[in-house]
Design a protein. Structure first.
Lengths: 733, 224
């Protein structure tokens, strides 16, 4: 290696590449890369952009379905919801930026996922968030929670897109590396969906939105594709700064341009900024692109060409237009007070060429940048010893009443209202079920005849159970999310996912990842749900080790009549209560076991996915028919917790007697997929019982919850239950 | 009855307000940069974050070109319903008394609240029963109503307090639980709750519809 080459390799390593990758680049372009070229390769060949450790795994997921209209590979996937409409959706992570600077990290996470949705032409109509922090006893976790929630609210509320749901968990392994996943759902007339493939040599590239600054340089490589560690404060300049007002104008402007049919292709600028946007567009369209960085509107003087190409300044979009459309495009941008500039054009060269005024500063084959990043084989090996320390023990007694109160007050189960009240859940006038009213959010679609159809959305993840058994745990996550949809009467149409894992170069993390993706694929095939797209976030670990493996899944489903959308709360005094579905609870791996300080089990019981799917269909049908008063799936905290939640949501008490007198704690608090608490008339429940396993266990009555299971007896007033359930408020005081 | 709903860059509930108005009359969009009210009978200034609200809520929008027209329209007795950010804009513009400060909890709060109708004898509330309870959502960070004590006394005495949060429902620390006030002339009404988000039982409540219906029912030019 010459001195020059050694210097180049050193720079490459500083940018996050390996020496081998650097040598591949030199071989591919036949010379040492220029500064711009090396910067661009380092980003596009980062894990964040290239999926070099996860691509072969993702290829195993089912991506076909009768309702799919846009699959993986576009800015977002989309499914047909009838009436000429499609729903586009995607979930994405912003974990590392949020761990370094939670307010801006979370805010720009929301900004980024919104752009993905309007980049396909859809108007964003809903946001959901999946959040993970360390134990709330830690000051750092409370700080991250407070600032991340404020950041999400700051962006989502200001832009006029409702936050309709989400989830929040606290577990020790997220102490150093919190997770901030945001999902956005958009609505569009199917025929108007636009793709990101550039086409038509001679067509113009117009960059519009915010000007380009030095913020977020290297975010995809040094931040998103490496472990967190000492000195992360120094990475703060790699976190972008969000401006929701600029994004609001950018969104209206983009949708207006599409409405007028002025665009050939559209792409948002996210991770790796202009580099990724331009190269993706060129690659998908199998064309070349010329860009003149001197034409890019800058926020500060004296920026180097490489800085302009890799800047992750927020609130920018790139479009391809026909030259004749330029005046009209600029007029629309001016109306929305959004700056726009022609920065280049589409060519037939197959090259990305970067100019700085008249001077050529970079020239690379598109294929080398986008398609020829090396793909790495994983070396999966199950860990020999447990990877995670047992959680701290926080309850002393096994008294059922104390256990129920402790569970309701657990930050993983407590009422989410103090969180959700910080988000606008109702703007855009579509929200039929707000957070806390049902197991899934329900949004109305335009009426069709007498009925108003709707979509239901849920997002789920359970890192602890996936850590116990990556394969079966991931199946449970998908089943749980589908159960949430069933409880409002919705049929799943498509799934998006964000795979949050540790460093895949470590064999045990590779094993978690492989097993989890295998579970995800098997669950989706069993339920007949296509994966429409998603995101992978690796290297989520700090000095203490990896996070719990956390696949987060988001489902979108449809329901024919929102007037019959299900609710979780009991509704009528005298209604009968039933435990429905295949339900074989265990204390191992439950929230109660966690509160007791028990370490994770190694492996979870197998689930009969086909039978669970059948019971979900039956619940869905019963909700749709209007026969049930309420439906709620049994999750963390088991049956007793689910009953308490139904009581609190409906403001009504219940009297319940359980059959399992041998192991009452297991019957009360054990967890497993497949179970539902439903209420309704005796006749309605018996009819449901003809389709699926069902046991009538009590009645809605009074203002106390009474549960008898053999020797065990719980009798608590709604007031006491509500007080325990309100524990989350203290975290936002 | 023709309603005009202003859209500033950063308005979020402008479309919702138009949908609500369209349930009782005709609704058109008005653009912030225009000097034209398109001959509407009622101006609605909707919720959102006009111009990002980066300086202070409503402080920039107050200088928007169309506000010149709105101020003139209001001075001549034209009816203006100012919701949330619109309320903030009108306080900044001097069209309504008092000011809106950051919530006592210092956080954004989105919540269905119960309101007591204090004054049913205004053009905005005539279709409702005196003392009626309304369930309407709030969603804001800057909604704590404030006025100096002597002004507050004057407002109470003159019946300018139109809506109050029901006991125990005050979400933001507003003085005297004030949720909505009207100007002295009775033609400009500002409120923090969002009646446009309470026009359909499917989305939670239809208790806000009465405010729009009251306006639609009052004959044009019939005075206040």
């Amino acid at each position: 290696m010459t001195a020059a080459a050694a210097g180049g390799a050193q720079r490459a390593v500083a940018l996050g590449l390996t020496v081998d990758e650097y040598e591949l680049i030199v071989a591919r372009i036949g010379r040492e890369p220029t500064e711009v070229e090396l910067a661009m390769f380092s980003l596009l060949w980062s894990e964040h952009c290239s999926y070099k450790h996860s691509k072969p795994l993702l290829a195993t997921l089912p991506t076909e379905g009768p309702r799919l209209v846009l699959g993986p590979g576009e800015n977002a996937g989309a499914v047909d919801v009838g009436g000429g409409l499609a729903v586009a959706f995607k979930v994405e992570s912003h974990n590392h930026p949020s761990a370094v600077e939670p307010f801006q990290g979370a805010a720009t996470g929301v900004g980024g996922i919104l752009r993905d949705i309007f980049a396909v032409g859809a108007r964003p109509i809903a946001i959901l968030d999946s959040l993970r922090f360390g134990e709330p006893t830690s000051e750092r976790s409370r700080y991250l929670l407070d600032r991340a929630v404020a950041g999400i609210g700051h962006y989502g509320n200001s832009i006029g897109v409702p936050t309709v749901g989400g989830e929040l968990y606290f577990e020790g392994p997220y102490e150093q590396n919190c997770l901030i996943n945001a999902m956005c759902v958009g609505l569009i007339a199917t025929e108007r969906l636009i793709r990101s493939a550039a086409s038509g040599p001679g067509n113009l590239l117009v960059l519009f939105g915010a000007s380009t600054g030095r913020d977020g340089i290297g975010g995809a490589s040094v931040l998103a594709s490496a472990e967190l560690g000492e000195g992360d404060e120094a990475k703060r300049p790699s976190v972008q700064i969000g401006d929701p007002f600029a994004e609001k104008k950018l969104m209206e402007c983009s949708l207006d341009l599409l409405e007028r049919g002025l665009l050939v292709a559209l792409q948002d600028l996210g991770a790796a900024g202009l580099t990724s946007a331009a190269c993706e567009m060129a690659s998908k369209g199998e064309v070349g692109i010329d860009i003149d960085v001197a034409c890019v509107p800058l926020r500060e003087a004296g920026m180097e060409p490489f800085e302009i190409m890799v800047s992750e300044s927020q609130e920018r979009m790139l479009c391809v237009i026909e030259p004749d459309a330029l005046d009209a495009v600029l007029a629309v941008c001016e109306h929305w007070e959004t700056a726009a500039a022609t920065i280049g054009e589409v060519t037939d060269s197959g090259l990305v060429r970067i100019f700085d005024g008249g001077q050529l500063v970079g020239e690379m084959p598109v294929a080398a940048l986008v398609d020829e990043c090396p793909v790495y084989e994983l070396d999966p090996q199950p860990p020999e010893r447990p990877l995670y320390a047992p959680p701290p023990r926080t309850i002393a007694s096994e008294d059922p009443e104390q256990a129920l109160l402790a569970l309701l007050g657990s930050p993983n189960i407590a009422d989410r209202r103090p969180l959700f009240e910080q988000y606008d859940a109702i703007v855009q006038s579509r929200t039929i079920r707000r957070p806390g009213a049902a197991d899934a959010a329900v949004l109305a679609l335009p009426p069709r005849g007498e009925l108003t159809p709707g979509i239901a959305i849920a997002i789920d993840g359970n890192g602890r159970r996936v850590a116990a058994d990556p394969y079966r745990g991931t199946i449970e996550v998908v089943l749980e999310c589908a159960a949430n949809l069933a409880c409002v009467g919705a049929e799943p149409l498509g799934l998006t996912n964000c795979l949050n894992f540790g460093n895949p170069e470590k064999p045990h993390v590779a094993w978690q990842l492989c097993e989890s993706v295998r579970g995800l694929g098997d669950a989706c095939r069993a339920l007949g749900i296509p994966v429409v797209g998603g995101n992978v976030s690796l290297y989520n670990e700090g000095a203490e080790g990896p996070i719990y493996p956390t696949p987060v899944v988001g489902l979108v489903g449809e329901l024919p009549d929102v007037a019959r959308a299900g609710r979780l709360g009991f509704r009528a005094e005298g209604d009968r209560i039933a435990l429905a579905g295949v339900f074989a609870p265990e204390i191992r791996g439950s929230e109660l076991a966690r509160l007791g300080g028990t370490e994770l089990p190694r492996g979870l019981p197998e689930t009969d996915v086909a039978r669970v799917a059948a019971s979900q269909r039956a619940i869905r049908d019963a909700v749709r028919s209007g026969a049930l008063s309420s439906a709620h799936d049994i999750a963390e905290g088991g049956l007793a917790t689910a009953l308490a939640e139904c009581c609190l949501a409906g403001g009504l008490g219940a009297e319940v007697v359980l059959a399992d007198t041998v192991k009452p704690l297991r019957a009360l608090f054990g967890e497993a997929p497949g179970g539902f608490v439903v209420s309704g008339t005796d006749a309605a429940l018996r009819e449901l019982g003809e389709r699926i396993q069902l046991a009538i266990i009590g009645s809605v009555s009074g203002s106390r919850l009474t549960i008898v299971a053999g020797e065990a007896r719980i009798e608590l007033s709604l007031e006491l239950l509500r007080e325990a359930h309100g524990a989350l408020a203290a975290l936002f005081a | 009855m023709k309603f005009g709903v202003i859209s500033f860059p950063g308005s979020c509930d402008d479309v919702d307000a138009r949908l609500a108005c369209a349930r009782v009359g005709e609704a058109v969009a008005l653009w912030h940069a225009d000097h034209d009210l398109a001959g509407v009978d009622v101006v609605v200034i909707p919720g959102g974050f006009s111009y990002g609200d980066y300086l202070r809520a409503g402080a920039i929008a107050r200088f928007a070109p169309i506000m010149t027209e709105v101020i003139e329209f209001a001075r001549e007795g034209g009816r203006v319903m100012a919701i949330c950010n619109g309320f903030q804009v009108c306080c900044e513009a001097g069209l309504l008394p008092g000011a809106l400060l950051t919530n006592v909890g210092r956080r954004f709060v989105c919540r269905q609240v119960t309101l007591d109708l204090v004054n049913a004898d205004t053009a905005f509330t005539r279709g409702l029963e005196p003392g009626e309870r309304l369930s309407i959502p709030v969603k804001h960070t800057t909604g704590r109503y404030y006025a100096p004590p002597e002004l507050l006394d004057r407002l109470e005495a003159a019946g300018q307090v139109v809506l109050r949060y029901a006991p125990g429902e005050n979400p933001n620390g507003s003085l005297d639980d004030i949720a909505g006030v009207i100007n002295e002339a009775g033609n400009v009404f500002g409120l923090m709750p969002h009646p446009e988000h309470a026009v359909d039982p499917l989305t939670g409540s239809s208790d806000g519809l009465g405010l729009f219906a009251s306006l639609a029912a009052s004959a044009v030019g019939a005075g206040v």
